[in-house]
Ligand binder design. Structure first.
Ligand SMILES: Nc1ncnc2c1ncn2[C@@H]1O[C@H](COP(=O)(O)OP(=O)(O)OP(=O)(O)O)[C@@H](O)[C@H]1O
Length: 238
């Protein structure tokens, strides 16, 4: 197998001694789309925070395209959308996208930004509007636009569908499929099992600090002898 895009090995994370992740092993291949699911508080965001070195790992390792996640340069191939994303409130949409482009070492291209807004069904008025005046869905789309404009090898998205209307969700799915068609890796957390089934090659179910299932959505249904993914998920986390 080629070098995984993301490799988690025996990852342990505790908060003030309380374990949240208790030995996570997961390899995600380049070009693969993997969905991370789990009940509220299972540790999905914590796993992603470990990946970006936002929180200290207690033991184990994470490699990004073969390099330790602790090296800042290792995270360069990744675009990240955090949970409850909110741009700096005083920046307009265009200022935020230009700022993110600069951080990623790219040039801000107004025509590309407009095309990306169209792809995500975000009103162009958002470019002139300060973030504090934008709706939840608008800021979410702005964060997604910044990710996709960065044009990275891998997209790590924490509940990317959060706050999106049905049209925007459909557009985001198209955009994710487009990224994959270009060879990008996608790793995202979600509570929407229908989205997982539609988009993902494999899914990982996090429960009780461990990955209880890793495999295709079809294999998950088969493993729990369930007619639907929801039933399989419920059986897995029972
Ligand atoms: N900074 C922190 N300090 C202490 N405990 C924390 C911290 N961050 C998260 N936790 C705890 O770790 C556990 C996992 O939280 P996390 O946010 O990773 O879960 P999640 O699966 O993303 O949840 P949700 O689906 O609700 O977003 C929870 O019990 C949470 O209270």
């Amino acid at each position: 197998m080629s070098t995984p895009a993301l490799r988690f090995r025996q990852l342990v994370k505790r908060y003030a001694g309380t374990p949240v992740l208790e030995g996570i092993d997961l390899d995600i291949a380049p070009g693969e789309c993997v969905g991370l699911v789990g009940v509220n508080g299972a540790g999905k965001t914590s796993l992603l925070k470990c990946l970006f070195d936002f929180v200290r790992v207690d033991s184990g390792s994470i490699d990004i395209f073969g390099r330790s996640h602790r090296e800042p340069g290792a995270r360069r191939p990744l675009a990240f959308l955090p949970e409850r994303f909110m741009p700096p409130y005083y920046l307009s949409g265009a200022e935020f996208l230009a700022y993110m482009a600069k951080l990623h070492g790219n040039r801000y291209d107004s025509a590309e930004a407009h095309a990306m807004l169209d792809a995500l069904d975000l009103d162009h008025a958002a470019l002139a509007m300060p973030a504090r005046k934008q709706s939840k869905g608008m800021t979410q789309k702005l964060g997604l636009a910044a990710c996709f404009l960065a044009n990275k090898q891998a997209y790590v998205l924490d509940e990317p569908m959060s706050g999106l209307d049905p049209k925007a969700r459909a557009r985001l799915k198209e955009r994710l499929q487009h990224a994959r068609a270009q060879g990008a890796t996608v790793f995202f957390s979600s509570h929407a099992l229908a989205d997982i089934e539609e988009l993902c090659d494999r899914m990982a179910i996090l429960h009780g600090g461990r990955l209880r299932f890793i495999g295709t959505p079809a294999a998950c249904r088969a493993a729990y002898d369930a007619a639907t993914l929801e039933q399989a998920f419920l059986a897995c986390v029972h």
